[in-house]
Design a protein around this ligand. Structure first.
Ligand SMILES: Cc1cc2nc3c(=O)[nH]c(=O)nc-3n(C[C@H](O)[C@H](O)[C@H](O)COP(=O)(O)O)c2cc1C
Length: 410
């Protein structure tokens, strides 16, 4: 197991000059436009899931919601072997991230207090590229203390948190919000306008109301008016749609209905983190699971979290077959540590998996520099992914060599 080096004893950083309050966001809003995004997901939005989502075409990835106070009490530690940054609570890592995902990583915060939100954001700001406020979680553990969806009915507090974050964070760190629909469209538009006025770069609208259950169909038809309303304001804010998108092949339908600047995916990505790809992997037990497990182990992700994530994998298995899949699922459910999966995950070489993802992401930096007009043009016709914009990336991503080898071997 890799040794963890604590950084808590490092000298405090030099005092930062106070930001000019007139400085709003200088991170380009275009980063939030024209792509498919991985949604924030507690437990399921683990570091390996985010890295595979990026590898397969997600433009940005949101981390799972972490409550401000949890981060304030955590200790930051860097694994000197893999480079993973762990924020450790009393008994476990509450959040883990990696420098290679930093340009694409949005940290989602749960908060009901501007001061605590700012303190937590300052702790995380050097490891992420944006901070997003959760204004949609309907669970009592979030709402009872005024967080999550409770903020939807307390817009003064919601906006004061966003304003504080925008004022106190450096301009290259984006501030954004993820909301749900309010029962009335008029109230939703008013809320969107108030949020825009705080200086956010992006708003994600999960098109379900607070009282709707996840199995109820998202109210996708309400989105277009919201997008048109924001465009009518002539402000530079990205509006991201969220709700029931099944992945790249389904994104065209969603884009046509909503005209949203980007689309965020949760459940479909939990089932298959490669769903951002024009050709998502099938037979995940053979094509994704081995490299996922190897990577997770190399990154020192707690086995219980990895076990949870791989247990969520679903989708077609034309090569593996249902019986073999059942057998593998049963093996996973009996397994108590990474060692227990060695038979199906092969030799441990998570570093190789990480290097391959890093190579792909390095090429994607070019993609992020592509002229904005090119991106808009492509997105207008098809869901955009790096595969569309760069032939070389297409070669690498469409047939990831590591996964292809496993597929052939199995
Ligand atoms: C396992 C799981 C965990 C989630 N955790 C969060 C979270 O931490 N923060 C958040 O804003 N939404 C969270 N959500 C909600 C999703 O981000 C998303 O808004 C919702 O699932 C709708 O998207 P979908 O229809 O693509 O699943 C979670 C959803 C799932 C399935």
């Amino acid at each position: 197991m890799a040794m963890i080096r604590s950084l808590s004893s490092s000298p405090p950083p030099a005092k930062r000059p106070r930001l000019d309050f007139s400085t709003k966001c200088t991170r380009p809003t275009s980063d939030f436009k024209g792509g498919l995004m991985l949604a924030p997901m507690v437990r399921s939005g683990s570091l390996p899931t985010r890295l595979f989502a990026l590898k397969h075409g997600a433009k940005l990835v949101w981390g799972p919601e972490i409550v401000d106070k949890a981060l304030l009490h955590a200790e930051r530690a860097v694994d000197p072997v893999s480079g993973t940054v762990h924020f450790n609570g009393v008994s476990k890592a509450i959040f883990s991230c990696h420098p290679i995902e930093k340009p694409y990583l949005i940290y989602q915060i749960g908060s009901a207090d501007p001061e605590l939100a700012v303190q937590a954001a300052r702790i995380i700001k050097d490891d992420v590229s944006g901070v997003d406020l959760n204004c949609g979680c309907p669970k009592p553990f979030s709402t009872h203390s005024g967080m999550g969806a409770a903020l939807l009915t307390n817009p003064d507090l919601l906006c004061s948190i966003l304003t504080a974050l925008r004022n106190e964070l450096p301009p290259h760190i984006s501030v954004s919000a993820k909301i749900r629909l309010l029962p009335s469209q008029e109230d939703t538009l008013k809320l969107v306008k108030r949020i825009i006025d705080t200086g956010v770069s992006a708003i994600t609208v999960h098109c379900r109301t607070r009282s709707m259950r996840p199995r109820e169909k998202a109210l996708i038809e309400r989105m277009r008016e919201i997008v048109e309303y924001v465009e009518g304001l002539a402000v530079d804010v990205a509006i991201i749609y969220n709700g029931d998108c099944q992945g790249y092949p389904d994104a065209r339908r969603v884009k046509e209905i909503t005209r949203a600047h980007s689309i965020m995916i949760a459940t479909a990505a939990e089932s298959n983190p490669t769903c951002f790809d024009p050709n998502p992997l099938t037979d995940l037990e053979h094509t994704l699971l081995p490299s996922y497990v190897q990577l997770a182990r190399f990154l020192s992700i707690h086995w219980a979290n990895t076990k949870f994530c791989i247990t969520q994998f679903k989708g077609p298995c034309p090569v593996t077959g249902k019986d073999k899949r059942k057998e593998i699922k049963e093996l996973i459910s009996r397994t108590k540590s990474y060692e227990g999966l060695e038979d199906i995950s092969g030799p441990w070489d998570g570093e190789m998996v990480l290097n391959e993802i890093q190579d792909i992401l390095k090429r994607r930096n070019d993609y992020l520099l592509i002229d904005e007009s090119d991106k808009e043009e492509q997105w207008a016709g098809l869901p955009l992914s790096p595969h569309d914009t760069n032939q070389e990336i297409q070669k690498v991503n469409l047939l990831p060599s590591y996964e292809r080898e496993i597929m052939i071997a199995s």
